[in-house]
Design a protein around this ligand. Structure first.
Ligand code: NAI
Length: 329
């Protein structure tokens, strides 16, 4: 079977080639869009990543050129019109879990780097400035951390923060009893979690209901100087409201691995371009903001698991057996 693999990056190519060696691979650097969908001509399956466009018109184009299967190299599927895929008979499978630890550990890396001002400290030392003025952080021990979404990643974050001796609050419509017992996690409503936490970290999917869960009203209820971390999806946060709060100090630190307008920006080298996005440009100007470009998943273990699960999903389709990773359409 030929597989058109969109949005392939250097960092994953060797993992894909190895795991998918039974398939004829068309490795495409370009994103899947309406304009690029016809490149899948001759492929029965298409594999896409987080910033590809699998909206209705794109899926229709894929079906026209003979695509039957869509293998997501991601857990999130907010970029896929599942209803339309079902109507067109295109089967969709994802990689539901590749390494919750990878994303959780990056989340903690952002917290610590912001708290202990590691970026500023590192560049000072490189300038032979060994002064400590302005570098004071805070003890994580004893602080209150609020986790919004306690699924696989949120639970891994709770495990680590419990090790730091944080008091852990959480909001999730589905409470995890194990977290209550093991890490003394206390479930409250979303607003109360935001009101009482020193650190708020987001680990819920982006849906119509969760879009802009962090907005002006929610921010107004936070403590002054709250740390906000988003390694989940950019659209969970109203970025303009966060910028306003960074200007007043209401949000004291912001760590983001995802951005609501990241398509076409993240994962690419734009160092020779003129930055057109004034919102991210403003964010980049704050000393107390760290931006990484959707790299929380980027560990050797996660890349291996993504490639192997994608191969497993394709194998199931080829053998005509159901994959446990197939999405209900
Ligand atoms: P999961 O499905 O295991 O957990 C999600 C949790 O969010 C569930 O417990 C669910 O009940 C809860 N939830 C759903 N709607 C909610 C709402 N409105 N308010 C509060 N909680 C809600 O998913 P997992 O694996 O923990 O991933 C979480 C998110 O992390 C993904 O949806 C994805 O957006 C993001 N992600 C980011 C990556 C990165 O590299 N930055 C990589 C992988 C995932």
């Amino acid at each position: 079977m030929q597989v058109a693999v969109y949005s392939t990056h250097k960092f994953e190519r060797e993992y894909l080639k190895k795991a998918l060696s039974n398939y004829q691979l068309l490795l495409l650097e370009t994103r899947l869009t309406l304009e690029t969908a016809s490149l899948a001509q001759g492929s029965q399956a298409v594999s896409i990543f987080v910033n590809d466009d699998a909206s209705a018109p794109v899926l229709q184009k894929l079906q026209e050129v003979g695509v039957k299967y869509l293998a997501l190299r991601s857990a999130g599927y907010n970029h896929v019109d599942l209803k339309e895929a079902g109507r067109l008979g295109i089967r969709v499978a994802r990689v539901p879990e590749y390494s919750p630890a990878a994303i959780a550990e990056h989340t903690i890396a952002l917290m610590l780097a912001l708290n202990r001002k590691l970026i500023k400290a590192h560049s000072r030392v490189r300038d032979m400035n060994f002064s400590l003025d302005g570098l004071a952080g805070f003890d994580m021990s004893g602080k209150t951390a609020g986790i919004i979404g306690t699924g696989k990643i949120g639970s891994a974050v709770a495990r680590i923060l419990h090790g730091f001796e944080c008091k852990i609050l959480a909001y999730d419509p589905h409470q995890n009893e194990e977290l209550k017992i093991k890490y003394n996690v206390q479930y409250l409503d979303c607003l109360t979690v935001c009101q009482q936490s020193d650190i708020i970290t987001l680990h819920l999917p982006l849906t119509n209901e969760s879009r802009y869960i962090i907005n002006e009203e929610c921010i107004n209820n936070m403590k002054h100087g709250t740390m906000l971390i988003n390694t989940s999806r950019g659209g969970l946060v109203n970025t303009k409201d966060v910028i306003k709060a960074l200007k007043t100090g209401k949000i004291g630190f912001f760590g983001m691995d995802v951005y609501e307008e990241e398509e076409g920006l993240f994962f690419e080298d734009h160092s020779d371009d003129i930055l057109q996005d004034d919102v991210i440009s403003r964010l980049m100007s704050f000393q107390n903001v760290i931006i990484t470009s959707h790299q929380a998943f980027l560990t050797h273990e996660a890349l291996l698991k993504i490639a192997e699960t994608t191969s497993h999903n394709l194998d199931c389709w080829e053998k005509g057996i159901p994959s446990e990773n197939e999405l209900q359409l």
